[in-house]
Ligand binder design. Structure first.
Ligand code: HAM
Length: 404
């Protein structure tokens, strides 16, 4: 019979990979808890337009990377490529702005992008995202970057945090004009994609990875030189907060991000080891209004869980495993013992195989147990059990209350 394979770009997470994934997820969720973020569980599918409108028609994600389809009623839907669009849709639809002066939400789950798969890039990947709605204060931006910094520090992942400001409706047009003019002057050095981007989305040219484009934009007009008074103030306050929080960061005037909704602050945490971005975010002060809500400034970020898992160097610690071996007519006693041990939070595996002690201990080793718990007639009668440390070989009797 033919054996099935998973779909290209969609992969199983198992063994150590799954453990690292869970470790990363739990560590981040705990951080979000102490920063008082509230969870929102969002649908994986939204109307296609939710993404087109928020992420932007001219972006790679919307143009080339969406898993979109029509349902049986002809509705145009898509698997979410990211979480911000859905979070904003939910914020507006559920009138969350009416509940609190500001709202801090987080979400976790699979995202889908039709990209070319490679190391650390999948078509189904997982994000944890956090969004703060309802404040313009650069302190919110700084606190998010601080949270990101703490996560990476705790995981021992070596990154550079890059920040930039890409302005607002007031100051962007002048920069855009200057940039288009500059790009027309260096057109001969740009790749075809960038020539096309020049008029549609000129900022994206600054982010192109093609070496000739990179070289050509080195002298391009920088958004930082065009910031209006408000954006300049916002950016300098942010940097002041980052310094006060002792967060090392690098200003990257060419950092622009691949989604259209950003305003003012943008940031990325880039791995120094692999050069890939592991966490990214920024401000999006117009999006809530553009999605039908009241004017509401907002800022957020998302973590790529697989990318962080990939960079983890230490194995997440696991609790010891107890392998319980019943010998003879003692199953009732053995299972009660297993129940007690498990209720104390211990990891217990009851042997499903029959056989002599040697075979059972071999099995315990193959299952990577730390201890074997041996229960026979004698143990049952005396209401105790025998525990063997599989590393040292040391064996002791424990009774009657199982506190190991
Ligand atoms: P993004 O930069 O598109 O931003 O994605 C955030 C993170 O998701 C990336 O830094 C990366 O770690 C991970 N990621 C993206 N694409 C892939 C992929 N194909 N395979 C594996 N990991 C991937 C956003 O999605 C924004 N919604 C972030 C945000 C939230 N901005 C404001 N709020």
């Amino acid at each position: 019979m033919e054996e099935f394979q998973s779909v290209r770009g969609f992969h199983d997470l198992l063994g150590e990979e799954a453990k690292r994934f869970r470790y990363v997820s739990e560590l981040i969720r705990e951080k979000l808890r102490v920063y008082n973020f509230e969870e929102i569980v969002l649908p994986v599918v939204e109307y296609l337009e939710v993404f087109q409108r928020s992420i932007g028609e001219a972006t790679d994600i919307v143009q080339k990377e969406m898993f979109s389809f029509e349902d049986r009623k002809g509705r145009r839907l898509a698997l979410r490529p990211e979480g911000t669009a859905g979070a904003v849709r939910a914020y507006v639809q559920n009138r969350l702005y009416a509940l609190k002066p500001y709202v801090k939400l987080f979400y976790e789950g699979p995202m889908f992008r039709y990209e070319r798969p490679q190391a650390g890039r999948y078509r189904q990947f997982h994000q944890i995202g956090a969004e703060v709605f309802g404040t313009m204060d650069p302190l919110a931006d700084a606190e998010l970057i601080n949270l990101v910094h703490e996560i990476l520090l705790e995981m021992g992942i070596d990154v550079t945090i890059e920040v930039n400001s890409i302005g607002c409706k007031v100051c962007r047009p002048a920069h855009r004009d200057a940039l288009i003019e500059y790009l027309s002057g260096v057109e001969g050095h740009l790749c075809d994609v960038c020539i096309d981007r020049r008029d549609k989305n000129p900022l994206r040219v600054l982010d192109c990875k093609v070496p000739t484009c990179k070289e050509a934009v080195k002298e391009a007009p920088k958004m930082l030189d065009f910031l209006c008074h408000e954006c300049r103030e916002h950016y300098s306050k942010l940097k002041e907060h980052l310094t006060n929080l002792s967060i090392p960061y690098r200003e990257n005037p060419n950092l622009v991000r691949g989604l259209d909704y950003y305003t003012k602050t943008v940031f990325e945490a880039v791995s120094n080891e692999l050069g890939i971005t592991v966490i990214a975010g920024g401000r999006y002060d117009y999006l809530v209004e553009e999605m039908g809500g009241p004017p509401t400034p907002a800022v957020g970020f998302a973590v790529g869980i697989e990318r962080l898992s990939m960079l983890l160097r230490s194995e997440p610690k696991e609790d010891p495993l107890y392998f319980l071996i019943p010998f003879g007519e003692v199953l009732d006693y053995a299972l009660t013992l297993a129940k007690t041990l498990r209720s104390e939070g211990r990891r217990v595996e009851v042997s499903y195989r029959k056989g002599g002690l040697k075979k059972q201990l071999e099995l315990a080793n193959r299952l990577k147990a730390d201890y074997a718990i041996i229960v026979g007639e004698e143990e049952k009668l005396g209401n105790f059990y025998t525990i063997k440390d599989l590393k040292t070989g040391q064996q002791i009797r424990v009774q009657p209350s199982p506190s190991l």
